[in-house]
Design a protein around this ligand. Structure first.
Ligand SMILES: Nc1ncnc2c1ncn2[C@@H]1O[C@H](COP(=O)(O)OP(=O)(O)OP(=O)(O)O)[C@@H](O)[C@H]1O
Ligand SMILES: [Mg+2]
Length: 361
């Protein structure tokens, strides 16, 4: 048979595209997070074809779907290749609450369903730089191309919103909370849902409820890591949180001085008692580097991290110096891993992220 242009033209016109053909072609278009066909999920509706013009509606799980444009482009690309299709119109909408519960008895993007690892940053005592480490490690992991969430679970003093200069509160949609995107992280904090400047009085059951909400009702979506900034100490909240996250591994933050070690030891013992895996230790405020002489000064003494590492057989993943940039970053809302990711300290954070990743392999 001849394959000339003429016969091709006839073939094209003969292949009037219909709804069945469209459905067949759309089978390959998957929801990027759920990895299931949009058709099977019931998210593509009202398909019609008129003189080569395809119209359909796309009902998303959330209007804020970050991959909205990718999905639309993919549908257009797949349908655009079909002979006889001259254009594609897509009307966007969202699944309503009933449809969501019908499609997913438990919403697959809410809660920890699609979160591969949880890394909880803990310390025995306050003020050692736990939040600073949580934020910069989260950013270092994101810098490796991973999808990262950051949950500020510090019920006493949620400071992530200040340290990342996040204003406003997260939106709610269909009774689920949508995290705020900042520096590529999906961020959620108790500080975003409580009144600014209001003291937070947390009693046991309240804490437990708030944490369960933050873990279970937030639309975390698909994440490689959810980094959790735990409250300081070994009190009720840390235990509640630690127990309510299945398979969370702990990153312990310490400072070098001997007096800090007793609290960290107690915390490590506690996590061990609850059979929680500890990925390693980070020593913060390890030394202060002077610009000119370059000689590091051990302001808070030295050796704490190494000592704990030996005692508990835990790897020391990195030592972070005292650095003006870190202190300034905490106040300005621009963390070191954003302002200078390739500085000497930035590279230490990158090294910590690499070790966390290789421990998970
Ligand atoms: N390596 C560092 N160099 C300079 N400043 C630092 C360093 N680490 C932390 N800081 C600063 O110390 C202060 C306390 O740090 P951070 O809030 O991270 O500690 P924390 O352990 O989370 O405290 P809390 O127990 O109150 O939650 C912040 O102002 C922070 O910017
Ligand atoms: Mg903190």
């Amino acid at each position: 048979m001849e394959c000339g242009t003429g016969s091709w033209e006839i073939q094209r016109n003969d292949m009037a595209v219909n709804e069945r053909g469209i459905r067949e072609a759309l089978k390959v278009v998957l929801d990027p997070e759920l990895k299931k066909s949009l058709l099977d999920l019931g998210m593509i509706r009202d398909i019609s074809v008129e003189e080569g013009q395809v119209s359909l509606s796309l009902a998303l799980t959330t209007a804020k779907c970050p991959r909205k444009d990718d999905i639309v482009d993919e549908i257009k690309r797949v349908l655009g290749r079909l002979p006889g299709v001259s254009g594609v119109n897509i009307k966007l909408s969202t699944l309503n609450r009933e449809e969501l519960t019908q499609l997913f008895p438990k919403h697959p993007l809410v809660g920890l369903e699609k979160v591969r690892h949880v890394l909880a940053v803990a310390s025995g005592k306050g003020g050692v730089g736990k939040t600073t480490i949580a934020i910069n490690v989260a950013l270092a992991l994101a810098g490796k191309g991973l999808r990262i969430g950051l949950l500020d679970a510090d019920v006493y003093g949620p400071s992530v919103p200040v340290m990342l200069a996040i204003e406003g509160s997260p939106e709610e949609e269909n009774k689920t909370i949508i995290p705020i995107e900042k520096f590529g992280l999906r961020v959620m904090s108790l500080g975003m849902i409580t009144e600014k400047g209001q003291p937070i009085v947390w009693r046991g059951p309240l804490v437990s409820k708030a944490i369960k909400q933050l873990l279970g009702e937030v639309m975390w979506g698909e994440l490689d890591y959810l980094v959790v900034d735990l409250p300081p100490g070994t009190g009720d909240p840390s235990i509640t949180i630690a127990q309510s996250i299945p398979n969370a591994s702990i990153l312990m933050v310490t400072t070098p001085q001997e007096v800090a070690l007793a609290d960290v030891r107690r915390a490590i013992d506690l996590f061990k008692k609850f059979e929680m895996g500890i990925v390693g230790l980070v020593e913060n405020m390890s030394y202060f580097s002077q610009d000119s002489s370059g000689k590091p000064i051990a302001i808070f003494g030295r050796g704490g991290g190494e000592k704990l590492s030996r005692e508990f057989g835990l790897p020391l993943l990195g030592k972070i110096p005292i650095e003006l940039e870190i202190g300034k970053g905490g106040d300005s809302g621009i963390p070191l891993m954003i302002s200078s990711p390739n500085s000497e300290t930035g590279r230490i954070f990158q090294g910590i992220a690499e070790k966390i990743l290789s421990a998970a392999r």
